[in-house]
Design a protein around this ligand. Structure first.
Ligand SMILES: C[S@@+](CC[C@H](N)C(=O)[O-])C[C@H]1O[C@@H](n2cnc3c(N)ncnc32)[C@H](O)[C@@H]1O
Ligand code: SF4
Length: 366
């Protein structure tokens, strides 16, 4: 499996919690950015990809004309969109117009990921979103009308102003719309974001209760919990993301986009002007690259695989290399082992980062 990711680093307004590489008020750079993407895409023209994910930022912020250009360049270098096993575009409710959704569906996108975050208008305002719940509902209905049969929606648990009751009411409301996929992330307070600067704190107990309730409610409603933060109707797991967690190869195009091929990971420069400048001059967009050594490669595969609910099957070599940390994590109740498969326990789901640390350098081998 191999995935193609295209990053669109533009947003109308920056949300107060977000530290993704995305910039507000830079719309005038989009046309130059598309030219740069076209150049980078040409470097991979001979490569075949199974899945496509256009993420951001806010891909739906592009005008109809710019979306046509984007679709055109994908088709030119990587073949018709309909040929990808899965092709997702991330859209924000306020910019997912009927005209854009129509174009995207016609072009061959078969999956839409909509950012909702919360169904509570007061919470949405507090976190800096520029849509309310009714705008999300309109976008969702439009997407169905245009024929999208695979829609995912994102929620965040632990947001300021949120209560357990209104979070669960929102989740139930979302379930009643029957999306094929739901992602529920626990709020992360990232350095450099307005939330961090304001000293917003996560209420860990509230977050834990909300995530526990999420698991029970979604499983009762027929969703499969297949990755720490991801739930889908049977058969609707995100193939593109599963490829990441199964340590498959992928290429990322655009500013800040990451790639992983044959044990080497690379990341492009995150500055949009710098990315455009480098592509214009025919320079490499890579900011850093590293080739993992054998141990780091094995550790990475386990760490990513542990995110999946079904866990990860260990090779004999991995069992030997990581015997001690695995034993420690089992005794702390964070992972469980059945024959050669290890997976997070229910407790481990909430403390995943502590489990993952064991598989990242510096390694504990004694
Ligand atoms: C790459 S973002 C972009 C999605 C799209 N622009 C939007 O806002 O709907 C994907 C998702 O990550 C989640 N996310 C972003 N920042 C987060 C944070 N600090 N804590 C938890 N979830 C976050 C949000 O649910 C968001 O929808
Ligand atoms: S959450 Fe989405 S819309 Fe908000 S700043 Fe981040 S990428 Fe942009």
């Amino acid at each position: 499996m191999s995935g193609l990711y295209i990053h669109i680093p533009f947003c109308r307004q920056k949300c107060r919690y977000c530290d993704f590489a995305s910039f507000a008020g830079a719309e005038q750079q989009i046309d130059d950015y598309l030219n740069a993407l076209e150049k980078e895409a040409s470097l991979y023209a001979e490569t075949r990809f199974d899945t496509l994910y256009v993420g951001g930022g806010t891909p739906s912020l592009l005008s109809v004309c710019q979306l046509e250009r984007l679709v055109g360049l994908i088709a030119r270098y990587f073949g018709p969109l309909a040929a990808f096993a899965e092709s997702t575009l991330e859209a924000n409710p306020e910019s997912a117009s009927a005209e854009k959704l129509h174009l995207l569906k016609e072009a061959g996108f078969n999956r839409l990921s909509l950012g909702l975050q919360s169904f509570d208008d007061e919470v949405l305002r507090r976190i800096g979103r520029i849509h309310d719940a009714s705008v999300f509902l309109t976008a969702y209905e439009l997407a169905r009308k245009e024929g999208f049969e695979n829609i995912s929606a994102d929620l965040i648990a632990g947001l300021p102003g949120q209560t357990e009751q209104n979070f669960l009411a929102g989740l139930k409301r979302l379930v009643s719309l029957k999306p094929e996929h739901i992602s529920v992330y626990g709020l992360q307070i990232e350095p450099g974001t307005p939330f961090y600067q304001e000293g917003v704190q996560t209420d860990e107990d509230l977050l834990r209760r909300e995530l526990e309730q999420t698991h029970f409610l979604l499983e009762q409603s027929g969703f499969v919990h297949y990755e720490i933060s991801n739930f889908s109707r049977p058969g609707y797991q995100s193939r593109h993301n599963v490829n990441y967690w199964r340590n498959g190869s992928y290429v990322g195009l655009g500013a800040a986009a990451a790639s992983y091929q044959s044990g080497t990971r690379r990341c492009n420069v995150s500055s949009v002007p710098e990315y455009i400048h480098r592509m214009r001059r025919g320079q490499s967009p890579t900011d850093f690259a590293e080739t993992l050594d054998a141990m780091a490669k094995e550790g990475e595969q386990i760490m990513l695989g542990l995110r999946m609910r079904e866990g990860v099957r260990l090779t004999a070599r991995q069992q030997q290399l990581f015997a001690r940390p695995i034993q420690k994590l089992i005794s702390r109740g964070l992972i469980e082992r059945k024959k050669d498969i290890i997976k997070l326990t229910f407790e481990g789901l909430f403390l995943g980062n502590q489990a993952f640390m064991a598989f990242v350098a510096p390694f504990e081998t004694e």
